[in-house]
Each structure stands twice: as structure tokens, then as C-alpha cells.
Design a protein around this ligand. Structure first.
Ligand SMILES: [Zn+2]
Ligand SMILES: [Zn+2]
Length: 395
């Protein structure tokens, strides 16, 4: 297979162990910086850790690359350490191919949710050629209950909250399953934290709230460009954002941000920043406070105080699971990323027309795409000759 799939655990540090007391945070000297770029209608944010580790979360729409590639070149001297594509929609992945070609990336992570669009397939080709490691947020098979974290140096940690397949099945029957399975991450530094939600849907928020996670975050990257369904009151009550950044295009066709989302954010007490009105938004954390500065307008920098006191995970993730875990999705894949041969005997594999991936025949993606033309392979080896394994069922 062209893309080497590596478990996140290869480079990740495990999240805080249950029961361990958090050390008292001391104000670190070097700052953690987050750039929320002005990419029009879409998302792109760059994290630069105190030690210079870099994470890009999304790459804006296709038309954003003209400005974004030079902007990233200005900020970075080396390839990006990790590129996270929250979900395969064009307003999040459109600029990524040019960024990976023009700036470079050492690792690439996507949610593993199959969405065979032309743009996504083209991006995966570029990733296959240019990026050393490709990963999905799969829990470590030896500790499936533990949240995965990426250490960025000097106590800065990026924890992946969602998705967690195959431990928990992808959300389905939502308003948009592609949005609902966005990668959701929490970045922590001392008492400050940032929550990145992609285009998470209300179902994502409700599901996450059932988990023993501390969502408290100083800065919230508002879900779905301030769409009216996401950023529910219960979720905001758990996040308690001091500041909220909305990434959207000026006079966009979607009416983003919506009055409903703005009202809920205001009621939650968040200072609101908008890339459509204020251009690029810069957020700098010293581990105690976060200073937010907008590129446009005359507003002075806003300083908000971090209020996070402990680890992201409040305890071990509960075992047992929602009834929606199908037989294929519930399995734990061993560390080599493949199932033992015995468990795949007699299984057939199916590829949908126009897709470069194949699924196991009981995959729920196939159920949902009942009317689409398909190719059936009688064994895995023949499927592998023509396609690569889909990331949702990981056949
Ligand atoms: Zn989306
Ligand atoms: Zn979007």
C-alpha cells in the first residue's frame, strides 16, 4: 500500500494517566502561538509551540492557497511537523495540497472517514508522494481507553478527543456525517487551553459530553463557521470559552456566523473574534493568559485568563459502548494495522464506483450507498491490487 499507516502511538505521548495529580503550572517564559488565518469561507489555523513544533489544522478553501502558502513560508523555516485535516470538505482541505507541496509536512492526519470526493483523492495522492507518515486518530490498541496526545514540548499537549474508531463507531445519521466526524482536538499549555472543533455537529458535541473529558478552554475555535446548529448551550457551558474565534468569509452565502450561534457564544461570556471582519487573528499564550490580536480594525489586544486546572481526561474512558458499534467497526486492529488472516476468511470486499478505496462487505458506508455502482472482490489480495483499504472499516 502506497501510504504507510502508522499508529499515532509511534510518536504520541500518552495522555495524562487517571488519578495522577496535575503539577502546579508555573508560568513558562516562551509563548505558544496560534494563528487563525483569514482564508475566506473555511478554516486554517497554525499552532507554533514554545519549542518551535508546528501543527496546521486545516488548509482553507482552494482559493486560499495563493495567500496562505506565502504566509506560511513567512512563518516557517521547516516543513510543518503535523498537518491535521479535520474532515474532507473543500473549505478545510482545499489549500492543503499546495501547502504540502510548497511548505512541506512531516506527518498528516485525517479522521479516516471515507468521503471519496475528487479533491480528497487528489490530496491523498499528494500526501502519499510528499508526506512521510500518514495516520488516523486510532486509539493505541494496547490502551484503547486512553485519549491520544501529541507532545509539542515544554508541557504543550495536543489531545485528540474525536474520532476514536474503531473504539467508538463514527457518528452516523447526523445532519452531515462528514462534519460530525471532524477531528476535535484540545491544545493545553499551563492554565490555558484551545479547543479546535472543525465543523463538529450538535451530535458530536452531545456525544463528547457523555465522555469524562475536561472541555474547559480559554479559546474556542467555533464549530462550523458559526453555523446555527453547532455550539449548543450545553457544550458551551462545558467549554466555558473566554474567547471564541469564528473563521468565515465576508458576506458568505451561508449566513455564517448565524445570529443564533453568536447569541449563545455571547451568553457563554466569550469575547468574539471573526476573520471575516477582523482578518487574521493571533492568539499568544504564556501559560497563564492568552492575548488575542486582530489584524484589521482598531480594537486593542484582548487578554483573557486561562482557567484550566487539570488533565484533559477526567479518568479512564468508560468501557462498554454505544449500541451502534457494528461488527466491523468494533474490532481492535492490531499494531500492524491489519487483521489476522483467520478473521477475514470468506469475507468479500467492495469498492464504490469512482472511489480509490475498498470496504469490507459489511461496512456501513456500503449500506448507506446502496444505489451506487460497485466492484466486488472475492478476497483482500485482489482488492489490494487495485485499491487501498478504506479508513472507516479498515478492511
Ligand atoms: Zn464541513
Ligand atoms: Zn467548513
Amino acid at each position: 500500500m502506497a501510504l504507510a499507516r502508522l499508529f499515532l502511538v509511534l510518536f504520541a505521548l500518552l495522555a495524562a494517566l487517571p488519578g495522577r495529580a496535575a503539577p502546579a503550572p508555573t508560568p513558562p517564559a516562551r509563548p505558544l502561538t496560534v494563528y487563525f488565518f483569514d482564508v475566506g469561507q473555511g478554516d486554517a489555523a497554525l499552532i507554533v509551540s514554545p519549542t518551535g513544533k508546528t501543527v496546521l489544522i486545516d488548509g482553507g478553501p482552494p482559493e486560499a492557497d495563493e495567500a496562505l502558502v506565502p504566509r506560511l513560508r513567512q512563518l516557517l523555516r521547516e516543513p510543518i511537523d503535523l498537518v491535521i485535516m479535520t474532515h474532507p470538505h473543500l473549505d478545510h482541505l482545499g489549500g492543503l495540497a499546495k501547502i504540502i507541496q510548497g511548505v512541506g509536512a512531516k506527518r498528516f492526519m485525517d479522521p479516516g472517514f471515507d468521503h471519496p470526493s475528487e479533491a480528497y483523492r487528489k490530496l491523498l495522492d499528494v500526501v502519499g508522494q510528499k508526506v512521510g507518515q500518514v495516520m488516523t486518530p486510532t486509539p493505541n490498541p494496547s490502551a484503547p481507553e486512553t485519549l491520544l496526545s501529541v507532545g509539542l514540548g515544554e508541557g504543550v499537549t495536543l489531545t485528540i478527543l474525536w474520532p476514536r474508531t474503531p473504539r467508538d463507531a463514527f457518528l452516523d445519521d447526523t445532519r452531515s456525517d462528514v462534519n460530525a466526524n471532524s477531528i476535535v482536538t484540545k491544545l493545553t499549555y499551563g492554565k490555558t487551553a484551545f479547543l479546535f472543533t472543525g465543523d463538529a455537529e450538535p451530535e458530536t458535541e452531545a456525544f463528547l459530553l457523555t465522555r469524562p473529558i475536561d472541555f474547559t478552554s480559554t479559546v474556542l475555535k467555533v464549530a462550523h463557521h458559526g453555523g446555527k446548529h453547532s455550539s449548543t448551550a450545553p457544550f458551551l457551558a462545558a467549554v466555558k470559552p473566554q474567547a471564541a474565534v469564528i473563521s468565515c468569509g465576508a458576506r458568505n452565502d451561508y449566513g455564517h456566523p448565524t445570529p443564533e450561534a453568536l447569541e449563545r457564544l455571547g451568553k457563554a461570556g466569550a469575547r468574539i473574534f471573526r476573520t471575516d471582519l477582523q482578518g487574521e487573528v493571533l492568539a499568544v499564550s504564556n501559560g497563564t493568559t492568552v492575548t488575542l490580536t486582530a489584524q484589521k480594525g482598531r480594537s486593542a489586544p484582548v487578554v483573557v485568563t486561562g482557567q484550566t486546572t487539570g488533565p484533559v481526561a477526567k479518568g479512564p474512558m468508560p468501557s462498554g459502548t454505544s449500541g451502534s458499534v457494528g461488527s466491523t467497526r468494533g474490532k481492535v486492529v492490531p499494531a500492524n494495522g491489519k487483521l489476522p488472516a483467520s478473521s477475514t476468511k470468506g469475507m468479500r470486499y467492495v469498492s464504490l464506483k469512482g472511489s480509490e478505496v475498498f470496504h469490507s462487505e459489511d461496512c456501513r458506508t456500503l449500506e448507506r450507498a446502496k444505489t451506487q455502482e460497485r466492484t466486488v472482490y472475492k478476497d483482500r489480495a485482489s482488492a489490494m491490487r487495485e485499491r487501498r483499504p478504506a479508513k472507516d472499516c479498515d478492511p
